[in-house]
Design a protein around this ligand. Structure first.
Ligand code: HPA
Length: 241
């Protein structure tokens, strides 16, 4: 049976509800994954879990070995990935605490190993990325939220920045003019690589702060971590459904 993978982002170095069966330390031809792959069972279904930033949250967004992570999940037989991501909110309807399944993205990252088709191992292919997220997987997440009576924003444009610093207020204003609703640092190249490997991919984003300059409150890691902790229970409930 082809399994689902969950990639945990900030605040999700582990998945408490996952009944762990085996841990796999994986080295791919692209190198080591961020953390061991954890094979387990969630709500009776086979699920693989990978901590994107490492189990100790030690790998910053621009240093993540996205190719190793996606290749390892592909090799494990995962055909779909739900990627968790803490994000900032730009659109007025994306206040801290909002959960969102974006349907589009804009990539502002640079200098990341962003493709398997780099002329070395895989030749070249130009994958269709018009719709970067898997619509069936997005719909499954929305159905789970409905079943749980949980609010979940359907759609939105995820602007992916390089980090690890947060944005300037002018950068956030520009992203707003570009149509971005939320901002985070990890959806790319992750989503693109999943598409190249033919894996259905959806992001479950949770808003942990207003984008820079959109609120009077200072952007501190303390405030962001407090909001991540407040979102954790909602995310876990949704994943169980
Ligand atoms: N910007 C980029 N990434 C983020 C933010 C943000 O404001 N909050 C959480 N991840």
């Amino acid at each position: 049976m082809s399994a689902l993978a969950i990639i945990g982002g900030s605040g999700f170095g582990a998945l408490p509800e996952l009944e762990e069966r085996e841990r796999h330390q994986v080295e791919t031809r692209y190198g080591l994954t961020s953390a061991p792959l954890i094979e387990g069972v969630l709500a009776g279904l086979p699920v693989w879990f990978l901590a994107r930033h490492g189990a100790e949250h030690q790998v910053p967004p621009h240093r993540i070995n996205y190719r190793a992570n996606i290749q390892a999940l592909a090799d494990a037989g995962c055909r779909s990935i739900v990627a968790l991501g803490a994000v900032g909110g730009l659109h007025p309807s994306c206040a801290p605490g909002t959960l969102c399944v974006p349907d589009q993205l804009v990539d502002y990252t640079w200098g990341r190993a962003q493709t398997f088709f780099d002329g070395e191992l895989d030749g070249v292919d130009h994958v269709d990325f018009s719709s970067p997220y898997s619509e069936p997987l997005r719909q499954e997440l929305l159905a789970a939220a409905r079943a749980n009576d949980q609010p979940l924003r359907d759609g939105g444009i995820y602007g992916v920045t390089q980090g690890p610093r947060l944005e300037t207020a002018a950068e956030i204003r520009r992203m707003g003019r570009d149509g971005c609703d939320i901002v985070g640092m990890t959806a790319m190249p992750e989503a693109g690589l999943a598409r190249e490997r033919g894996i259905a991919y959806a992001t479950l984003a949770f808003v942990v702060n207003w984008g820079a300059g959109l609120s009077e409150q200072a952007l501190t890691m303390q405030a962001i971590n407090a909001q991540i902790a407040r979102c954790a229970e909602d995310i876990q409930r949704l994943l169980l459904a």
